[in-house]
Ligand binder design. Structure first.
Ligand SMILES: *[C@@H]1O[C@H](CO)[C@@H](O)[C@H](O)[C@H]1NC(C)=O
Ligand SMILES: *[C@@H]1O[C@H](CO)[C@@H](O)[C@H](O)[C@H]1NC(C)=O
Ligand SMILES: *[C@@H]1O[C@H](CO)[C@@H](O)[C@H](O)[C@H]1NC(C)=O
Ligand SMILES: *[C@@H]1O[C@H](CO)[C@@H](O)[C@H](O)[C@H]1NC(C)=O
Length: 576
């Protein structure tokens, strides 16, 4: 148990007794995972998942990626696993006014019990869950249990329920048979590629994939911080920093907060008083605008651009309410980002980025999960791969929409190495449902993820999905519902939520899209992937990678604006 009492300060200055939120981590090896019929019971690790737990316990004896082990071990994904552990709670922790179970990531469908009482349910791997558990916890020993459901069986059930209720299908049902994958991935908010992809095997795992623990506080807690950096138009070395602090407390509170903000060791805000009013859910957003005068700011640039500085500053935000202090520290950078789409002759729009008003040539690649089990990705490995991208002179990377929103370390390394991130939301190569429960869950997911990673200077752009606008135009353009659902999801839900949470970056509804041209066609272009607009995706698996002339020339269109392309993945095996 980690208790963050500021005891040293109290010993020295006993007349000011500052408190901090308590956090009791429930990560580690003290978990037990059990199969549904209890025939298998193994020691389990959090963060982690069932495949790696069974591998450690030698229930799965061979390398998971060896030969056909994706299929041989698929029974693991069809079972319903339970994760359980006991833990001891100190009465001092329970004395705090607010006591929550904080789960940063649960994969995916589970019912969560403390001392056999249901406290919540989960169905979205990308949402951070916070449940009030003050009444169910007791001083002494407690039990936390998460009863998971098989992800593929859940997705199948959801697709059947959907068809029955709405009377149309969300396609494709299944990946192509050559993938030996699982069906109905769009019906579960879980890494799509865990159901297989054309480049990777299916391991639709279950487990607690991010840290989990009990947090306790009396008055206030800063949950997230988002920022905005704006240079003075008359003097680009003078910056305004806007800090948004998303705070939590008991519902409908009015409190006096004392704000302190530092950048490295420089004081930006010194004991500023502000009234904090929480809403019915105990949430409030505090905004502080700081005109920086006491520091000569060094701007952040992508790898190899301008003076090539990836200067980062440590931002420390502290709020004190009734002598209880909550703090958040983030590394930030000062830069602007703009996507430039200006008309070009004879027809088309430019499509390039400017950082700090400096246009740069984006050079990079596409990032898919580097392992189907996220717990197998070590910090050293991430450092190696992203460091290699830097050494290969890359300055941009797209986090592809069929995986996960990457780890904090991933974005920290991107900041450090100057690799700008083109961030897809996790929707790929498929239609998706768009009923209200689904959209509510997605909205929650977008808020969780934008607030988590928005402060990273490397983050360049948000995009709604991978290739779904293309899919709509080429394959699934015969049902009106699909167009309406597309706009509900990527325009009305994700687009609006991103605009509210992060007005500092561009948002495009799809990767690729025709940019402003797609937008002028109500976000579903007749001819997406048009080389004259926006971005394009070009695959030519059989041509020589080092021969750039194999890339189709833009002069080829119009009238033939696409070369013949054969699709051999997913449900389609056809040439367009
Ligand atoms: C219990 O579950 C295991 C693993 O899924 C399975 O192999 C076994 O057949 C089941 N046993 C019974 C009695 O149902
Ligand atoms: C898992 O749970 C589902 C429903 O919750 C059930 O239909 C299925 O039989 C269970 N699987 C096993 C292996 O017990
Ligand atoms: C611009 O701002 C910087 C930092 O405050 C200052 O040192 C510099 O003198 C200013 N330049 C002009 C032209 O005002
Ligand atoms: C765009 O599509 C939506 C429905 O998806 C419709 O309500 C709206 O009128 C359309 N806008 C235009 C400009 O066609």
């Amino acid at each position: 148990m980690s208790v963050n009492y500021c005891s040293v300060v109290c010993l020295l200055l006993c007349f000011v007794s500052l408190g901090f939120a308590d956090y009791l981590s429930l990560d580690g090896n003290e978990w037990i995972a059990t199969s549904f019929n209890k025939s298998i019971k193994v020691e389990a690790k959090v963060p982690g998942s069932i495949y790696s737990d069974l591998r450690r316990a030698q229930v799965l004896k061979q390398d998971l990626l060896y030969e056909k082990n994706d299929v041989n071990y698929r029974w693991v994904a069809y079972d319903n696993w339970t994760y359980e552990r006991t833990f001891t709670v100190d009465s001092k922790l329970l004395d705090k006014k607010n006591v929550n179970l904080l789960a940063n990531g649960i994969d995916t469908v589970s019912s969560v019990y403390i001392n056999d009482q249901l406290i919540g349910k989960t169905d979205n791997q990308y949402i951070r869950y916070v449940w009030d558990v003050k009444k169910v916890l007791k001083s002494g020993q407690n039990t936390l249990r998460l009863a998971f459901q098989s992800a593929p069986l859940y997705a199948k059930q959801q697709s059947e329920d959907f068809l029955q209720k709405y009377n149309y299908k969300v396609i494709p049902d299944c990946p192509g048979p050559q993938q030996f994958g699982e069906c109905h991935a769009p019906f579960i908010r879980k890494m799509p590629a865990s159901f297989s992809w054309d480049w990777g095997p299916a391991f639709p795992t279950q487990g607690i994939w991010k840290p989990i623990g009990i947090e306790a506080f009396d008055s206030i807690l800063i949950r997230d911080i988002t920022i905005e950096t704006i240079p003075d138009p008359k003097n680009a070395s003078q910056w305004t920093l806007t800090v948004n602090a998303f705070v939590e407390s008991a519902p409908n509170q009015q409190m006096d907060g004392i704000f302190d903000i530092k950048l490295d060791n420089n004081v930006l805000i010194d004991k500023q008083k502000q009234t904090i009013k929480s809403d019915g859910q105990g949430k409030a957003k505090m905004m502080i605008v700081i005109f920086i005068t006491n520091i000569q700011i060094i701007t952040w640039y992508p790898n190899g651009v301008s003076d090539n500085t990836q200067k980062l500053y440590q931002l420390n935000v502290q709020i004190d309410v009734n002598k209880e202090v909550s703090t958040q520290t983030k590394k930030i950078g000062f830069r602007t980002i703009k996507l430039v789409q200006n008309p070009v002759k004879p027809e088309g729009l430019t499509f390039f980025f400017e950082v700090n008003s400096q246009p740069f040539y984006a050079k990079g690649s596409n990032w898919v999960p580097t392992n189907v089990l996220t717990e197998d990705i070590t910090p050293e490995y991430l450092r190696h791969v992203l460091g290699s991208a830097k050494r290969a002179n890359m300055n941009m990377m797209r986090v592809w929409g069929g995986g996960v929103y990457e780890s904090d370390l991933f974005y920290e390394l991107a900041d450090e190495y100057g690799i700008m991130i083109w961030q897809d939301f996790m929707f790929a190569c498929s239609l998706y449902p768009a009923h209200n429960e689904f959209l509510d869950s997605v909205k929650n997911e977008v808020i969780t993820q934008v607030r988590r990673i928005q402060h990273h200077p490397s983050l360049a752009i948000w995009t709604g999905n991978n290739e779904n606008e293309i899919a709509l135009a080429w394959w699934w353009n015969n049902v009106l519902n699909y167009f309406v659902d597309y706009r509900k999801l990527y325009v009305e839900t994700i687009g609006k939520t991103v605009a509210a949470e992060d007005p500092t970056r561009p948002y495009l509804t799809s990767s690729p899209s025709n940019g402003l041209e797609s937008q002028s066609e109500n976000y579903t272009a007749k001819h997406p992937d048009d080389w004259r607009y926006g971005d394009t995706h070009y695959y030519s698996d059989d041509s020589h990678l080092w021969d750039w002339t194999t890339l189709q020339s833009p002069q080829d269109f119009p009238p033939v604006y696409r070369r013949v392309r054969c699709l051999t993945t997913y449900t389609h095996s056809e040439c367009i």
